[in-house]
Design a protein around this ligand. Sequence first.
Ligand code: ATP
Length: 326
Amino acid sequence: MTLIEIINLHKTYGKITALKGISLTVPAGEIFGLLGPNGAGKTTLIRCLCTLTRPDTGDIFVAGISVLEQPRRVRQKLGYVAQELALDKVLTGRELLQLHADIYHLPRDFAQQRIAEMVSLLNLEDWVDRRTGGYSGGMKKRLDLAMGLLHQPQVLVLDEPTVGLDIESRTVVWEFLRRIRAQGTTVFLTSHYLEEIDALADQVAILDQGKLIASDTPGALKAALGGERVTLKVREFTPRDEAERVQKVLQELHFVQNVIINTTQGNSLNLVIAPTPNSLAMIQEKVTSLNLPVFSVMQSQPSLDDVYLAATGRTLQDADLAARGG
Ligand code: ATP
């Protein structure tokens, strides 16, 4: 069953076009991941969904209700966990949860029951009665998740939920999202972490420069690519000119379909190859024919990064770097 339907969404900010005609459907009861580098348009899309930004054209329906025509009814169905935390420092966690319950006009008994459930679900017992000014980043995120889910929304929408968190807190967030999915909540999250989407999402949509470049299950997207991947490091950190010389000779091999230089990984080379016996040995021979060493060479199955690479010609990390002006 489709829960969210996004139809031909366009959004511009002055001369910048953030969304260029996005259409998507999100099934109920699943974790839907929106993947893309910085500046791809993920936050803009999420803000349109949460009725915080009005699209120029297009519409979004949540359980059949239009965000443009009935934003208030849509908001009742959504919980939103923003990228930036905006917690008051003086209030305690419990006071903030209560405030949130009041904003949503939750009946008093129901609010108390939900606060108790959220505190237990997110292991907030030791912290909920302390002022949030003393919370760690991970603890603040837990409180933010509790607030997003307090009014029992059908969909929890999260913008980059694990940015800046340590591994332990990230695991807590992932487990929480899996648990609420099991309880029937639909989860819509953005991320620019491939491993996060791979680990969590039932469905993924990949956004690049305001356009949808792929949408399916992570498994189907990877399987559709075909071929095998080889990652080659000439040195641990290879000078650019050496990587370019190697790229040129590797392209001469008949089974090599594509070679790109991965700047963020010390100019390692990413190859797409047709499955061929002795391919790794032939690749190494080519490198040594240039009188260059081979630091490491590794074969693998396609990843979501390869899906992004195939569609855009660059890795997600390189796109992130470029977006940050690197
Ligand atoms: P990030 O991960 O960095 O948040 P994103 O994928 O969420 O990236 P958006 O924040 O939606 O991307 O931004 C898409 C484009 O729209 C970017 O070029 C951004 O600079 C621009 N943009 C976003 N919000 C505004 C705004 N309020 N005014 C002007 N330009 C904006």
